[in-house]
Design a binder for this molecule. Structure first.
Ligand code: 13P
Length: 261
């Protein structure tokens, strides 16, 4: 049975001075049986968020990680540095791809490091507007999955709990969310790509999240789709009211899918 995952990507927002309070407030307002919660603050706020969430069942994640363990990489953070701070990591976010030149091959290397270090990866994929307008979204996402996952052992990846987040770039931070049916079609396409990579039944066990202008007002549309298992949330994840509404709806889905005890 796939979990329902609600993951907050705070991006380059909050400071160590305010991140702990925000995390604590969100945690206290989002306790829903059967909903897996994750908060991904900036690196410098990881310790504050970890401390604030002590005793809460909320995962803490990094938004990126370097593919080497140590060395002359000014400004970078490696997997061993995250020990004790994070148990999840977002990889291949479209903003990393667009602004920092991350390629599928590099993301694959980061994936290897994350797995070796015991971090649970949320691998982001998604097409840009021109690709969707050209009807190439499935092809693009298949290429991204192939580029990062091909040649890697499905058992290891699935065993580590790999989560795939479908985030169409045109929907991120634009207020123009995809439709639930688009997310469902892409979730099916993602699992078809995994099967083509030799994942077999592991493809059906892999959670697929939707991301892109998710709010408490539209989350229902996504969670109503049987192939969609939660959301990766940017802007709305900084607002406790929004997170409370999103997780409340996720709780309904968790119950309907038999996940809530
Ligand atoms: P928004 O929810 O702000 O559109 O961001 C989505 C996202 O990129 C999450 O990783």
């Amino acid at each position: 049975m796939r979990p329902i995952v609600i993951a907050a990507n705070w991006k380059m927002n909050t400071t160590p001075a305010d991140a702990g309070d925000l995390a604590r407030t969100i945690a206290s307002r989002t306790r829903e049986p059967g909903v897996t919660r994750v908060i991904c603050p900036p690196y410098v706020s990881l310790a504050a968020v970890r401390d604030a969430l002590a005793g809460e069942d909320v995962g803490v994640g990094a938004q990126n990680v370097h593919h080497e363990l140590a060395g002359a990489y000014t400004g970078e953070v490696s997997v061993p540095m995250l020990a004790g701070l994070a148990t999840w990591v977002i990889l291949g976010h479209s903003e990393r791809r667009a602004y920092f030149g991350e390629t599928d091959a590099l993301i694959g290397k980061k994936l290897d490091r994350a797995l070796a270090g015991g971090l649970r990866p949320i691998l982001c994929v998604g097409e840009v507007l021109a690709e969707r307008e050209a009807g190439r979204e499935t092809q693009v996402v298949d290429g991204q999955l192939r580029g990062a996952l091909e040649g890697r052992d499905p058992e290891t990846l699935a065993g580590a709990g790999l989560v795939v987040a479908y985030e169409p770039v045109w929907a991120i931070g634009t207020g123009k969310n995809a439709r639930g049916a688009d997310a469902e079609a892409m979730a099916q396409a993602i699992r078809a790509s995994l099967r083509a990579l030799g994942w077999g039944s592991r493809a059906d066990e892999t959670p697929v999240l939707y991301g892109g202008s998710v709010t408490s007002g539209n989350i229902e549309e996504f969670l109503a789709e049987p192939g969609v298992d939660g959301a990766l949330i940017g802007g709305a994840s900084l607002k406790p009211d929004e997170m409370a509404g999103i997780c409340a709806r996720a709780g309904i889905t968790a119950k309907a899918r038999g996940l809530a005890s």
